[in-house]
Unconditional design. Sequence first.
Length: 72
Amino acid sequence: MTLAEVAVGTSAQVSKITGSGPVRRRIMDMGITKGVQVHVAKVAPLGDPIQMTVRGYDLSLRREDARMIEVM
């Protein structure tokens, strides 16, 4: 399952980041790494962006980037 498929109001643990290059670096710079808990707070009406909380910070991520993050 990917982060883009997680329901609003639930949490998931990151198991793998499949992106590469600058996209992977941008995701990791946000603090999203393997083993981190991510709470999906809100998804925009058209599905982009996804608002979430990671390590106490509120972040927003594009849906296509969220598809590169596998969660448990």
